[in-house]
Design a protein around this ligand. Structure first.
Ligand code: 4NP
Length: 166
């Protein structure tokens, strides 16, 4: 009798969160998701990027940092970067904050088979709802609280889809 040992290694799911500037919505989502994943003991690779390069290298917007701190998350270590074609190969999922940036993402050159990795982040919470997380950059502080609440729900829903698979 011949015994074969099978060694299965589960690779960590890799998820990229994307908005326009990578200084408000997507770093907030990254901060919430990494803290919740840690609390659940889920192994997850998380990063974020922006579809434009205006803020590349910058820390998150001070209003995003303050809102996150108010809710117990520290995102001061994060720095903005621009989405690049290689991200389509690097990540399993590319979760985008709004419909306009969904179009921006899909304009970045990628293999057609990687297009299905891209979807709206709020569809994790409300599948096929096609809702956007509104851009809080030009608005007041209330906008950041609204954004936080939406991101928090979407992060929970996303992690619920992963629980037991990681
Ligand atoms: P984010 O917000 O896409 O959530 O990071 C924005 C940040 C910067 C600008 C717009 C939105 N901007 O026009 O500079």
């Amino acid at each position: 009798m011949h015994y074969m040992s099978i060694n299965i290694t589960f690779a960590a799911m890799k998820v990229l969160l994307v908005c326009l500037g990578n200084i408000c919505r997507s770093p907030m989502a990254e901060g919430i998701l990494r803290d919740k994943a840690r609390e659940r003991g889920l192994r997850l690779t998380i990063d974020s990027a922006g579809t434009n390069r205006y803020h590349t290298g910058e820390a998150p917007d001070h209003r995003a940092v303050a809102k996150m701190k108010e809710h117990g998350h520290d995102i001061t270590d994060l720095r903005a970067r621009t989405l690049e074609p290689e991200d389509f190969g690097r990540f399993d999922r590319i979760l985008v904050m709004d419909t306009s940036n969904l179009q921006n993402v899909l304009r970045v050159p990628h293999k057609s088979s990687h297009g299905s990795k891209v979807s709206l982040f709020l569809n994790e919470f409300q599948p096929q709802g096609n809702q956007s997380v509104p851009d809080p950059y030009f608005g007041g502080d209330d906008g950041f609280e609204d954004v936080y609440q939406m991101l928090d729900k979407a992060c929970e829903a996303y992690l619920n889809t992963l629980d037991g698979k990681s």
